[in-house]
Design a protein around this ligand. Structure first.
Ligand SMILES: CC(C)[C@H](C(=O)O)[C@@H](O)C(=O)O
Ligand code: SF4
Length: 428
């Protein structure tokens, strides 16, 4: 029987010729990604058991990102724990504050993670890296401890959902709108423990940044991970990072691979989509209701990349953030920050009255850089709008594309970015 990309990667990492969904396997991990929030708990578990070692210091990537630079003493201690462990174990790839940013985005850009590999991390958006044609997933602290210690994790082989996307997206519509539309259709549990494999000419025509936005949000539909097969776009992206086809294995799904379900999406019919509180599946067309906002947030591992910042700048250029709206832009990494500075984007943001913050998870999970207060209303390019996610439990979070966030910041109401089509097309 044919196999999917995910099944083939898992087979190759568990010493099996073939695999079937549901099978339990012990899987080798090529990479373990560690940040300062979940790693300390895993390290404590290992220390308490006298198992305080790492399987390979060259295959661990450590990036403090959630609560850095530290905003309180507790955060400073978590950071210290990660940093001292990195030093003690000789962890080779450490992206300290000032050299990194959001772990997932630092990793995707690093040239370390490659197609055909496996990656785990104690973070649910690890699925982000699946856009590179690898199997990447989040695990709990116990599995993280096991992976750090032995370079192995247990998996139940997941079934796969095939998402076939065809057609051209309208100007002003982005991969974020597409993924919010898919999650709206299948539900926040619609892909529970499934791999979400994206195919079709729309996906073929997407750049890597857009593909990351899709795979990043697999977890918001309950997915085990998201995945996109390697193509020329992937190869060129990797080559720019010094990684050549001989350095990795490309897997493709067989024509007779078995899928749990197939979803067909006409990309030309997707509209700018906003997920209303308090669940990412609560999508509606942007601007269909008149909702005043107090905050506009651009950032996160879903939409804090350079293309996202360019989308925002196109709309903000020559305009002002509406009175009474606090807009914060958080470039996902130092590299993106620098690129945005060199392209003059940061200046556009500041001239418009937006505040630019340092690369980190920021207010995405309500830790710092714009935590929401009681009854605040935020339009955000992040991935989760659960109660209390960005701060006070009475605050309302609306998830959208960076373009929709920018359009809404300017008007003061959740707005359709197609009303700014001139700005969007001008830069294409
Ligand atoms: C803090 C971390 C464990 C968490 C996650 O796993 O996703 C965070 O990144 C989030 O987005 O909620
Ligand atoms: S940016 Fe947000 S979603 Fe991404 S890892 Fe950080 S907290 Fe989690």
């Amino acid at each position: 029987m044919g196999m999917t990309i995910a099944e083939k990667i898992l087979a190759a990492h568990s010493g099996h010729e073939t695999l079937v969904p549901g099978q339990l396997i012990e899987c080798k991990t090529d990479w373990v990604l560690c940040h300062e929030i979940t790693t300390p708990a895993a390290l404590r578990m290992l220390e308490e058991r006298g198992m305080d070692r790492v399987f390979n210091p060259d295959q661990i990537v450590a990036v403090p990102d959630h609560s850095v630079p530290a905003m309180n003493i507790k955060a400073a201690q978590m950071y210290q724990k990660l940093k001292s462990w990195v030093k003690e174990k000789g962890i080779k790839h450490f992206y300290d504050v000032g050299r990194g940013g959001i772990a997932h985005v630092v990793l995707e850009n690093s040239g370390l993670i490659k197609p055909g590999q496996t990656l785990v991390s104690g973070d649910s958006h690890t699925c982000n890296a699946g856009a590179l044609g690898c199997f990447a997933t989040g695990v709990g602290s116990t599995d993280l401890a096991g992976a750090i210690y032995a370079g192995r994790v247990w998996f139940k082989v997941p079934e796969t959902m095939l998402i076939r996307v065809t057609g051209k997206m309208q100007p002003g519509v982005t991969p974020k709108d597409l993924v919010l539309e898919v999650i709206k259709r299948i539900g926040a549990d619609g892909a529970n423990y499934l791999v979400m494999e994206w195919v079709g000419d729309t996906i073929d025509n997407l750049d890597m940044e857009g593909r990351y936005t899709l795979t990043n949000m697999a977890i918001e539909a309950g997915g085990k991970t998201g995945i996109v097969a390697v193509d020329d776009t992937t190869r060129a992206y990797l080559a720019e990072r010094g990684v050549n086809p001989g350095d990795y294995t490309e897997y493709t799904s067989d024509a007779d691979a078995k899928y749990r379900v197939v979803i067909d999406v006409d990309a030309s019919a997707v509209e700018p989509t906003v997920a209303y509180p308090n669940i990412p599946s609560n999508g509606r067309v942007a601007g269909s209701d008149r909702i005043a906002v107090t905050h506009a947030y651009v950032g996160s591992c879903t939409n804090g990349r350079i293309g996202d910042l360019r989308d925002v700048a196109r709309i903000l250029k020559g305009r002002k953030v509406a009175d009474g709206v606090q807009m914060i832009v958080v470039p996902a990494t130092q590299l993106i920050w620098k690129q945005a500075a060199s392209e003059g984007l940061l200046e556009i943001f500041v001239d418009a009255g937006a505040s630019v913050s340092y690369p980190s998870c920021g207010a995405c999970l309500g830790m710092h850089s714009g935590v929401l207060g009681p009854d605040d209303v935020c339009i955000s390019s992040t991935n989760r709008n659960f109660v209390g996610r960005m701060g006070d439990p009475t605050a309302a979070i609306y998830l959208a594309s960076p373009a929709t966030v920018a359009a809404s910041a300017v008007s003061g109401f959740i707005s359709d970015p197609r009303d700014y089509n001139g700005s969007i097309e001008a830069a294409d």
